[in-house]
Design a protein around this ligand. Sequence first.
Ligand code: ADP
Length: 261
Amino acid sequence: DSNQLPPGDLEFSMAAIDKKILVLSGKGGVGKSTAAVNIAVELSRRGLNVGLLDIDLHGPSVPRMTDTSDVHCSTIKDKIVPIQAGNLKIMSIAYLLQDEKQAVIWRGPMKHTVIKQLLGNTDWGILDYLIVDFPPGTGDEPLAAAELIGDGAEAVVVTTPQQVAVGDVRRCITFCEKLSLTVRGIVENMSSAVCPACGEVFNIYGSEGGRKLAEETGIELLGSIPIDPKITAGADEGRPISESGADEATLKALACIIDKL
Ligand code: ADP
């Protein structure tokens, strides 16, 4: 029962983390978790100490994408012990649930308590980066989570180039402004596809969405990740993009995003 989680010191935990990056999206299915997982994995491969926190209570995908679906977390003294993979520490709401569907029926105050505990009670130690996979949208849950994380966090907004998704980004940006959260940049996902036969890149939704959005909002486009079936297959098998056999263009796009964070 999540009510039984030990109390902790949220501010103390957050103060030991140099950079907090909140990965947001206006709606689900745009690749927010994919971005969060791969940013965290790649930063840790560069030798940095990184935490990856999944607080997408309704659809925690971090365990599947990191091949930790069967994992349950232990607690030592008052702390929840995150899953450690090299210098990456991973924590997901899913590790604490007996039943996957449990979180879906929680009311607001319960979700707030759980998010607070995942942030404050997890034994993150000293980190260079904490990457947080946020709940989608701009409702109560992301709002509560952003408030709990507090000062100094930066947002990365993930979108696809379709017009509706771009509209969602604007809402995300307004959300960040209200919370005085700096938007570090936009990641455009599924922006183009590479022909498996000839290697030619074609833009399914047109090529201008991300760039136009960046111009309109004055927020930097950090990079555009193509649609790549290797990403989907890799995610389902718990492998990050760098180990999925993804196309060279995909790897380059990812590296370019990471360089800016
Ligand atoms: P969200 O967190 O926004 O709901 P996910 O990251 O879970 O979205 O992505 C939704 C699905 O799309 C997943 O199955 C994921 O593997 C797949 N996916 C995400 N980005 C790409 C991409 N660039 N190319 C191919 N598949 C992708």
